[in-house]
Design a protein around this ligand. Structure first.
Ligand SMILES: Nc1ncnc2c1ncn2[C@@H]1O[C@H](COP(=O)(O)OP(=O)(O)OP(=O)(O)O)[C@@H](O)[C@H]1O
Ligand SMILES: [Mg+2]
Length: 346
């Protein structure tokens, strides 16, 4: 059975470099347009996201990288309508296939969540319901939508579990999350994300909580899904070797802003423009092999309450599809020092 029409939406091949740019008249899959999000802390509003603008097209895998606290998860959460209560969107737009998801008080957002856009979280043990059998968790939303009975849903769960590489799925379909290993739980979460055949998949550090061997198995699964589903992916990671392997485009965040992004990952990695991107990528042009975190760079972005509240200038276009934020003299000094420290150690 392939009842949901999911997960085999194979079309004309794997997600290639740059995916498919939406052609004239066709709206991009995801378009985040000057999105601002504020956090309400101790009676005061602080900027958490500032003018986030990015897009993801069909068949594209866009990496989203930046130091801890830079706003990667908030960007995904805002685009899914899942911001925590203390945070709210203050301006900007989020469009899915041209439809404004913020326009009608959350109805459009709720309609696409799960079916159009799905999310794979970092920590499956937290994201999965501990008292629900995994098979049911995988198919809950799709079977409710399609009015499936228990048997039909179970069969589909087994099929999906097989597709995400869980061996002997019939044995595990009635298990509870705690009975599964970390890698199996992450596979269950991926199965549940693809159950409704989403066109866009958000991944928030989906392998960080796993040990190295399991990480590489899950990464192989993502490669397969890239080829099979022809969905768009927005992939948050700290691991730049994962970016080099999976992504065709890249957005770099720092302190709640996009500082540089390009539809052409390779070009940007070879000649990053913003001092933060240069620092993050080690200022060394290389795309093959592991790209490691710069040792001289701090490991986290400044907290919201210590960030500049001055208005930020819009991104400037370096070339079509490649934009860079102007860097302040303080930022240039801060990040250039990081680059020099790295070069001294190299
Ligand atoms: N519920 C919340 N209330 C207030 N501030 C928050 C909340 N959640 C996140 N923040 C703040 O928003 C900023 C961005 O957080 P976010 O979780 O998006 O970072 P991140 O880039 O995903 O970091 P990491 O790599 O550590 O996951 C951080 O400064 C964080 O402290
Ligand atoms: Mg995060």
């Amino acid at each position: 059975m392939n009842g949901a029409g999911m997960a085999t939406r194979k079309t004309d091949g794997p997600a290639g470099a740059g995916g498919e740019r939406a052609s004239a008249g066709q709206a991009p899959l995801l378009e985040i347009d000057r999105l601002c999000v504020s956090a309400h802390i101790n009676g005061q509003d602080w900027r958490a996201l500032e003018n986030i603008t990015l897009r993801v097209d069909r068949g594209e895998t866009r990496g989203l990288v930046g130091e801890s606290g830079s706003g990667k998860s908030l960007t995904l959460r805002a685009a899914m309508g899942l911001l925590p209560g203390s945070l709210s969107v203050t301006s900007g737009a989020i469009r899915f296939k041209g439809r404004d998801l913020l326009a009608d008080g959350g109805k459009a957002m709720a309609a696409v969540r799960g079916t159009g856009i799905a999310m794979v979280f970092q920590e499956p043990a937290v994201a999965l319901n501990p008292v629900m059998r995994v098979g049911r968790q995988i198919t809950d939303s799709v079977s409710a939508r399609r009015g499936w009975g228990r048997r039909q849903a179970r069969e589909f769960a087994v099929e999906l579990m097989d597709q995400v590489g869980i061996r002997d799925p019939k044995r595990w379909v009635e298990a509870y999350p705690h009975q599964l290993s970390g890698g199996m739980r992450q596979r269950v979460m991926i199965a549940s994300a693809i159950a409704c055949g989403p066109e866009l998949i958000f991944c928030d550090e989906p392998t960080t909580a796993l040990d190295v061997t399991v990480q590489s198995q899950i990464l192989k699964l993502f490669s397969k899904l890239q080829a099979d589903l022809h969905a768009g992916f927005l992939y948050v990671t700290h691991d730049l070797s994962v970016v080099a392997e999976f992504c065709s485009s890249l957005s770099v965040m720092y302190a709640g802003r996009i500082v540089e992004q390009s539809d052409d990952l390779k070009a940007m990695v070879q000649a990053p423009v913003h001092p933060y991107t240069r620092a993050l990528l080690g200022a060394v042009p290389r795309i093959k092999g592991p790209i490691q975190r710069l040792r001289g760079l701090s490991s986290s972005a400044p907290p919201l309450t210590e960030r500049s509240q001055a208005p930020t200038a819009p991104l400037a276009e370096v070339s079509p599809g490649w934009q860079v934020a102007p860097a302040s003299p303080e930022e240039v000094e801060l990040f250039e020092t990081g680059v020099q420290a790295w070069e001294a150690q190299a």
